[in-house]
Design a protein. Structure first.
Length: 141
């Protein structure tokens, strides 16, 4: 069975680094080992790097580089075009996640559901980390 594709909002990635024992931590581990295939584009990868290396999180830079290297090794790259554009989000900087998920026709996992109003997401499925983890576990059984 192929690994499910997923676009992961940066807040989930940060949560997974800071608390590896919860659903975000499990998702980060799956992104690292290929159990889940990360949907990426250059904008998302750049944000992951920038945010994870912020001093406020005190994450060891070498650990961040190793994890992101593993995530990239198992990732699928989205070809986002004008037909995937998402407008009028509460935070316009979040559009890249929705656009990438739309281009790949896969779910978007976020801890900030209010940043992705369902009315603006068209066909993109928005899930919380625990919901995505439950679907992957359900597929395995």
């Amino acid at each position: 069975m192929p690994a499910p594709q997923v676009v992961v909002d940066t807040n989930v990635l940060v949560s997974g680094f800071l608390n590896p024992h919860g659903a975000p931590g499990r998702l980060v581990e799956w992104m690292r080992d290929g159990t889940a295939t990360s949907g990426l584009d250059d904008r998302i990868l750049a944000e992951y790097r920038e945010v994870l290396l912020r001093q406020e999180f005190s994450l060891p830079p070498e650990d961040v580089r190793m994890v992101l290297s593993s995530v990239v090794a198992h990732a699928v790259w989205a070809k986002v075009g004008p037909e995937h554009a998402v407008f009028d989000l509460p935070d316009p900087d979040d559009a890249m996640f929705a656009e990438c998920a739309a281009a790949l026709a896969c779910p978007l996992v976020t801890g900030n559901l209010r940043h992705f109003p369902r009315a603006r997401m068209r066909s993109v499925e928005i899930l919380r980390p625990a919901e995505f983890v439950a679907t992957v576990i359900g597929r395995r059984n």
